[in-house]
Design a protein around this ligand. Structure first.
Ligand code: HEM
Length: 205
């Protein structure tokens, strides 16, 4: 990701060893980190009470979860927006809003854009509180958004060279760890929902 010989590749950046692509990639990784907000959402699904359990304090993590959601969306938009100042390759606004014909890795970029649209959908619908069933629409949108953004983050070559992937590169390793963490906690959540459903059926007989 880091190549001192590639500095000074944007309209506004002074000649440093960090390129626009590096900066965009770091902000992209920050966006992936912010999506760990899903873990707070999963705690809410468990009806976890920080007052009853650890840390035994009243703490409105629902509000934190909402704010983190907006931060995740904002950082996710900032990451491709930074690409607008890249000289080589050049990205136009259309290449970001509809990356089907964007320069280099258009498929991965399109999947990244789908992730943003889904995140925006979740944020807007949560805000206006549309109620559809048991919030299943929200869970599905969040999981599709996570799948899209993880796909994009794992399979995009940060140097845009479509080179064979180094899965142990720092950035990729961070994304892999996030995928693993979310997958494990989601599976536990699924097991919990199944158990709860089973007990509910037992007690109704
Ligand atoms: C319109 C939407 C998007 C476009 C056009 C786009 C485009 C790109 C491009 C061109 C790269 C490679 C160059 C660079 O590193 O900047 C990249 C890397 C990356 N993108 Fe995106 N992206 C989009 C959305 C997202 C979203 C929503 C996320 C996560 C929330 C994300 C996370 C990442 C990460 C983590 C990398 C770096 C991977 C690494 O360093 O190995 N991107 N993206």
């Amino acid at each position: 990701m880091w190549d001192a010989s590639k500095g000074h590749d944007s309209f506004f950046m002074p000649p440093t060893s960090i390129t626009v692509l590096d900066l965009s990639a770091y902000v992209g990784l920050l966006a992936v980190g912010a999506t760990l907000n899903m873990l707070l959402g999963l705690l809410m699904a468990y009806r976890y009470s920080p007052h009853r359990s650890w840390p035994h304090r009243r703490f409105n993590y629902f509000r934190l979860h909402n704010w983190m959601g907006y931060v995740a969306l904002g950082v996710s938009i900032l990451h491709p927006a930074i690409l607008l100042s890249s000289k080589n390759p050049r990205f136009r606004i259309l290449d970001l809003a509809y990356p089907v014909h964007s320069p280099s890795q258009p498929l991965d970029n399109t999947i990244g854009a789908i992730a943003i649209y889904l995140l925006a959908f979740v944020a807007v619908t949560s805000y206006i509180r549309i109620r559809l069933g048991r919030h299943l629409w929200k869970a599905f949108s969040v999981y599709f958004a996570a799948a899209a953004l993880f796909w994009h983050s794992l399979f995009t070559d940060p140097a845009l060279k479509s080179a064979s992937m180094n899965w142990f590169d720092g950035g990729k390793f961070f994304v892999e760890s996030c995928v693993l963490l979310i997958a494990v906690v989601s599976l536990l959540r699924l097991r919990y929902a199944r158990k709860k459903g089973f007990h509910a059926r037992q007690s109704s007989h």
